[in-house]
Design a protein around this ligand. Structure first.
Ligand code: SF4
Length: 56
């Protein structure tokens, strides 16, 4: 399991610094979460202004 960033992502990058696993990086048109690094802690969820991050 890993958290995911959906198409509501505005590529603002606000979530990146909140991830203790450094699992979030800029992707193609939106940011992405590396499922191999994500520990499902949920720390990034509240930082997203477009509510684009959720658990599976
Ligand atoms: Fe990082 Fe936690 Fe968000 Fe996973 S749920 S991407 S570990 S901040």
């Amino acid at each position: 399991m890993a958290h995911k960033i959906n198409d509501s992502c505005a590529s603002c990058g606000a979530c990146v610094a909140d991830c203790p696993m450094e699992a979030i990086s800029e992707g193609d048109g939106k940011y992405k979460i590396d499922p191999d690094k994500c520990s499902d802690c949920g720390a990034c969820v509240g930082s997203c202004p477009t509510e684009a991050i959720s658990a599976e």
